[in-house]
Design a protein around this ligand. Structure first.
Ligand code: GUN
Length: 291
């Protein structure tokens, strides 16, 4: 079994981006600038945004965090998004999800200028992704494609099972891997909460991508010998022995499955860092598209 090392691979990507940013700056070009809108004080969202700011610093990007109280009205948030759309200094921006319940998430994604939607969440970019047109692919599926590509994992003709049909991971992942690209050309099965015989479908997978947010859901009995296993789950489980008070647990029972598969992503250190690197790639692309 070989680890698909997202930590190391993302470090490589960050170094590649940093080298490109140095070149842009030497040539007098614009420094890429990412903004993140953070509504309220959700602990996980605070951490994610802080990480995004740190990643930007590391590669030489500028970053801005727009903090709004959780009492902000939907209209105020839409107004701030309109300002970011108009602000030429900002190349790309994200609105950290989830937003409070009184705000319609769909309206938020629709309000973002597709040219600045570096999350790739807005309908125009999802549509372009489906059609294989230039777009921003959302960060987690993009990071997984990058891992498959950099580890030269053969995907053509393989049975791929995606567990979970979320708009930002499962559904785009299934579309990307079924397209006529490399990586791609898989025969994809997308499983969800109403699927039957989930374990049997998983056992038929050459490539198994688990993105349901249920800790240790995938056991050894659900994995075909020699399969490639990608674990997107990052559930926080209370753990008093950690300084943070929690530990991250994936959707895959790593101990049980790792003996049986050919490649596996660990949690943490697998898909998570690749997701972060993908946002940087998309932001660089947004900056370069304009120039
Ligand atoms: N919340 C959890 N993951 C993400 C992400 O990739 N982008 C945004 N905007 N919010 C998130």
């Amino acid at each position: 079994m070989q680890i698909l090392d997202g930590k190391q691979t993302s470090e490589q990507i960050r170094q590649e981006i940093a080298a490109q940013v140095r070149k842009i700056k030497e040539q007098g070009g614009k420094t890429p600038h990412l903004a993140a809108v953070l509504v309220g004080h959700d602990g996980a969202s605070e951490t994610y945004v802080a990480n995004k700011v740190r990643d930007c610093e590391e590669v030489g990007f500028e970053s801005t965090v727009v903090r709004l109280p959780d009492t902000v009205s939907e209209q105020e948030l839409l107004d701030r998004i309109a300002e970011l759309n108009e602000n030429d200094a900002i190349d790309g921006f994200i609105v950290q999800l989830p937003v409070p319940r009184h705000i319609d998430e769909h309206k938020v994604t629709l309000a973002i200028d597709p040219a600045k939607d570096v999350d790739g969440f807005c309908p125009a970019n999802v549509g372009n992704m489906c059609l294989g047109l230039p777009t921003y692919v959302s960060a987690t599926p993009n990071g997984i494609m990058e891992l498959l590509s950099r580890y030269e994992i053969e995907t053509e003709g393989k049975n791929c099972v995606v567990l979970g049909r979320s708009n930002i991971v499962g559904t785009p992942m299934a579309i990307l891997l079924s397209r006529n690209t490399a990586p791609g050309n898989c025969t994809v099965t997308l499983l969800h909460s109403r699927s039957r015989d989930i374990a049997a479908h998983c056992r038929a997978a050459d490539i198994l991508i688990a993105a349901i947010g249920r800790p240790n859901y995938v056991g050894a009995d659900m994995v075909k010998p020699g399969a490639v296993v990608i674990d997107v789950g990052i559930t926080r489980i209370a753990d008093d022995s950690r300084k943070s008070g929690f530990r991250l647990v994936g959707d895959v029972d790593f101990e049980a499955v790792s003996d049986k598969c050919s490649f596996i992503t660990p949690v943490p250190g697998g898909v998570g860092p690749m997701t972060r690197a993908s946002l940087l790639q998309n932001t660089l692309k947004a900056c370069q598209r304009k120039s």
